[in-house]
Design a protein around this ligand. Structure first.
Ligand code: ADP
Ligand code: MG
Length: 675
């Protein structure tokens, strides 16, 4: 049990919550199951239990009937064990997802429970998460309920002490912790079950907001370098080398950064701006500000390719000013690396661009004053913390993200940062036209692309590359490349290809061929997802678009529409789409607003696998769901801020229990690296 569900103690068992309940009051009659029904709860008598099929197709089938009709129940796994544990002619309560086969309903792998005195005793019976493996060992939902129940017979109110201060309990009308835990397992009414869930969600979100509020407080008292001069570098660049006029949004954000860095406290700021909103120039000018105040600055990106591009971009901008810029990534080795390390240590290199190689132990800056982190969501929270662990006085931190983050997620992920938003695109941009085409229309798509290219434009063709099937994807990329050559003969067109399996040098060479305009077409995997900037590219063709997530599609689309020409994004898919893919495509073709897309993405996928946060544990809640529970999230945020302002160190007696919870959690998660 410990291995399967991480339950090792009685306490763990108390916190192993049911995820639903058998409620005797909500039983559907079999005859009334509607063809559109999804989940149903039935009660009836079980008959005709038998195994059928051979080998891997072997399965267990049984029939459940009530006074209105009958339905088939099927098990493909654990058939042996189920067969032993089910009894013919007994009454059962059954819950599961109905499917229809030739108009006849059946349920595969239902939850099933004997309908005896206990289950019929009015209340709601808990249903616990369990695994097939545990079930086959006889640890069923019933056994969980039994152990938990006997545990509760021995537990008194005092055994589950309150952790929230009483003023909070009163103000937000929460039930006690003891009641909540008791009721979540054995609710005697729907209201109590709801009260229990509400209270426990509240506690979870409160704990995380409290952690964030304290982190934030820590930032605000953290001493920082005082950038109080706007000097030669900044001014020279602004007056003589700026390639365009800054947008008002860019000006505002720069001002926020200048104000922030001049206070003598450490800046922790997130700059949020949709793809193409012009974040790079903000980074560069902030780095010049650091230089003007006698400091070094660095800029980090999550991948080698992006670092290289940033490096080239920054160098290009600063070239005429003769400012040395170094590139440090994992693949910079030997003598070159040594020299860079030396330059960073003695301060002769004022600006460094690179991957997280920049924050490795071996890298010492003479006086790092500012760290810019691009595309933050790929960097762990812990990595961000490493930056300031290195220095006596922490460098200012500027985080830049092109992925618009829904407010709720931002409150949780970046609640400790101040946020700037670039809510304006540079002038002259035209809305990208996004269309959906199916494979059968490929010829038309290629024809269209040819016309654009013959007008002097360039085009991307992107293939999915998803880890699990990397080999297959690689093969389809190669096959696609051959196909593209058929449509665009090599004697007339230059095609470059980049993908993750290439040597960095080759990849860079190919990328350059496209960036310089020498190649008209770039065939690529999602390595180009973020950051790449080729303003002359006006067509983005995404192959197997149904395999991409919304945010990813939006990122890819952001690669075009960067110049003055009308740009196009073509989503090519198979003929048949799942409901979700169809919805994603529809959202893409109907809006280009990154914030709307991010909200929709969050709603469709849940926060779990977004932004690489799965591993970080920051968003791991047992009950709370930051999409559904925004109201609670807002409450807990306010309550946490208030509590921290009254008792920053959590030293008051009524806050000790909370402090312990935070310590425990810090122990389990990455947050520990921060505080
Ligand atoms: P982001 O990193 O936010 O996606 P970039 O910094 O790469 O965007 O900028 C996108 C493109 O817009 C680049 O080609 C850049 O040179 C250009 N750009 C940025 N700011 C402006 C501006 N104020 N006016 C015109 N072009 C701009
Ligand atoms: Mg960028």
């Amino acid at each position: 049990m410990r291995k399967e569900l991480q339950i090792g103690t009685f306490e763990d068992l108390l916190y192993h919550y049911p995820y639903r309940y058998f409620d005797r009051k909500q039983i559907t009659k079999i005859a009334t199951i509607s063809p559109t029904a999804e989940y149903v709860q039935l009660a009836g008598t079980l008959v005709n239990i038998f195994e059928e099929g051979e080998g891997r197709k072997r399965r267990l089938v049984a029939t459940l009937y009530d006074d209105t009709g009958r339905i088939e129940l099927i098990w493909f796994q654990g058939a042996q064990w189920m067969k032993k544990s089910l009894k013919e002619n007994e009454r059962y309560i059954v819950f599961g997802k109905v499917s229809f086969f030739n108009g006849i309903p059946n349920i595969a792998h239902p939850e099933i429970e004997l309908l005896n005195a206990e289950t019929t005793a009015g209340g709601m019976q808990p249903v616990y998460p369990t695994t097939e493996k545990l079930k086959t060992r006889g640890i069923t939902n019933r056994s969980f309920a039994k152990i938990t129940q006997s545990l509760f017979e021995k537990i008194k109110q005092g055994d589950i002490p309150e952790v929230l201060p009483s003023n909070i309990i009163t103000q937000y009308k929460l039930c006690s912790r003891y009641a909540a835990i008791k009721w979540i397992h054995f609710p005697d009414s729907e209201e109590h079950m709801q009260a229990a869930r509400y209270r426990l969600k509240w506690e979870e979100l409160f704990a995380s907001q409290l952690m964030i509020a304290r982190l934030r407080l820590q930032h605000t008292i953290q001493r920082g370098w005082k950038f109080d001069k706007v000097g030669d570098n900044f001014n020279d660049f602004y007056h003589n080398h700026l390639p365009f006029q800054l947008t008002n949004a860019q000006k505002r954000v720069l001002k926020e950064i200048r104000v922030d860095t001049a206070t003598g406290k450490q800046m922790n700021r997130l700059v949020q701006g949709d793809v193409g909103s012009g974040k790079t120039i903000i980074a560069v000018m902030s780095m010049l500000l650091a230089m003007d105040n006698g400091h070094q600055a660095c800029m980090m990106a999550p991948t080698e390719i992006l670092s290289q591009q940033h490096y080239q971009g920054v160098k290009r901008l600063l070239d005429k000013m003769g400012i040395p810029v170094a590139l440090l990534t994992g693949s910079v080795k030997g003598k070159e690396r040594k020299e860079i390390l030396k330059g960073l240590a003695d301060g002769s290199i004022p600006i460094a661009v690179g991957t997280h190689a920049l924050i490795e132990e071996s890298v010492q800056f003479k006086n790092l004053g500012l760290a810019v982190i691009d595309e933050q969501h790929r960097f762990g929270v812990g990595q961000r913390a490493r930056l300031w662990a290195k220095n006596e006085i922490a460098p200012h931190v500027l985080v830049m993200t092109a992925t618009p983050i829904p407010r709720t997620l931002a409150m949780t992920l970046y609640g400790d940062l101040d946020i700037s938003v670039i809510d304006e695109l540079p002038p002259g941009r035209q809305e990208i036209k996004t269309v959906h085409r199916i494979d059968m229309g490929r010829a038309g798509v290629m024809e269209f692309m040819r016309k654009e290219i013959d007008k002097g434009r360039q085009a991307y063709i992107v293939y999915p590359l998803i880890e699990e099937s990397e080999k297959m994807d690689y093969e389809s990329l190669m096959a696609g490349f051959e196909q593209v050559k058929v449509w665009f003969p090599v004697d007339k067109y230059n095609i470059a290809m980049v993908h993750g399996r290439q040597e960095a040098a080759l990849r860079e060479r190919n990328m350059k061929r496209f960036a310089s305009g020498d190649a008209q077409i770039l065939v690529a995997t999602t390595v180009i997802e973020v950051g790449v900037d080729v303003p002359n590219a006006s067509v983005m063709l995404i192959e197997s678009a149904e395999r991409f997530g919304l945010s990813q599609l939006h990122q890819l689309r952001g690669r075009v529409g960067r110049g003055a020409e009308q740009s196009y994004c073509i989503l090519l898919t198979g003929n048949k789409l799942s409901k979700e893919s169809e919805q994603r495509i529809k959202i893409m073709t109907s809006t280009s607003n990154g914030f709307i897309i991010a909200e929709q993405d969050l709603a469709m996928r849940g926060p779990g696998d977004l932004y690489g946060t799965k591993q970080s544990g920051v968003l791991k809640f047992k009950l709370a769901d930051i999409v559904q529970d925004t109201a609670i999230l807002e409450q807990t945020r306010i309550a946490a801020q208030q509590l921290v302002s009254e008792d920053p160190g959590l030293t008051m007696p009524q806050h000790q229990a909370l402090k312990n919870i935070l310590l425990q959690q810090a122990h389990q998660s990455q947050w520990s690296k921060i505080s």
